[in-house]
Design a protein around this ligand. Structure first.
Ligand SMILES: [Zn+2]
Length: 198
């Protein structure tokens, strides 16, 4: 039904997080019914973003400028760097307004099952920033999953030699919890209640 154009649209939409085939069909139908007010503006916004947005070379955030707006913001506390698993976690912490320092996006966590090893994580830019001498504290804000905890230990080991202060987000992050699904208040509490990382 609808021809190859519609099939392709549904197929692409169904690959988005949270959209299965059924909701992809509904979304496609809604778009096709409003080509001028919904579909073309969306297509234009997607093309513009795809061309403009890149990975920040300092922290790993996604932004249309590099360094990103957070790294380039002179009012941010450059002494405190919060390490997160992914950009979604960074955006969640920003929404919560809980962190006034900078970030480092690790790009994943160590996971033998998923084939993620140390070489798959972004660590070099963080080590470079610490070596520059402006970083006083690194906050490990990885999820409280088994892999997240293992990665925090690994990172704490790697960063211990640098002499930088290390802390870890504490209460509020549920066991097995990913950061970016937490509500803003919980995130803010978890960040405030950080404790030294062993
Ligand atoms: Zn940045």
């Amino acid at each position: 039904m609808g021809g190859p154009e519609v099939e392709r649209l549904i197929s692409l939409l169904s690959k988005l997080p949270g959209l299965g085939p059924r909701s992809a069909r509904r979304a496609a139908l809604r778009l096709l019914q409003h080509p001028d007010t919904r579909m073309l503006p969306l297509a234009h916004a997607m093309e513009t973003a795809a061309r403009a947005v890149r990975t920040c070379t300092e922290c790993g955030n996604l932004d249309s400028q590099d360094p990103c707006r957070i790294c380039a913001d002179p009012t941010r506390d450059r002494a405190v760097v919060c390490v997160v698993e992914g950009v979604g976690d960074l955006w969640a912490l920003e929404r919560a307004g809980a962190h006034r320092g900078l970030y480092h996006v690790l790009g994943g966590v160590l996971s033998p099952l998923a084939g993620m090893g140390p070489e798959d994580l972004s660590l070099t830019p963080l080590l470079a920033r610490i070596a520059e001498g402006s970083v006083v504290e690194v906050i490990l804000a990885l999820g409280a999953t088994v892999d997240g905890a293992a990665t925090s230990h690994w990172l704490a080991d790697r960063l211990a030699v640098t002499g930088v202060g290390l802390s870890r987000v504490a209460q509020g992050v549920p066991m097995g919890g990913a950061l970016d699904v937490l509500d803003d208040g919980t995130l803010a509490t978890a960040l405030r209640a950080r404790r030294p990382a062993a």
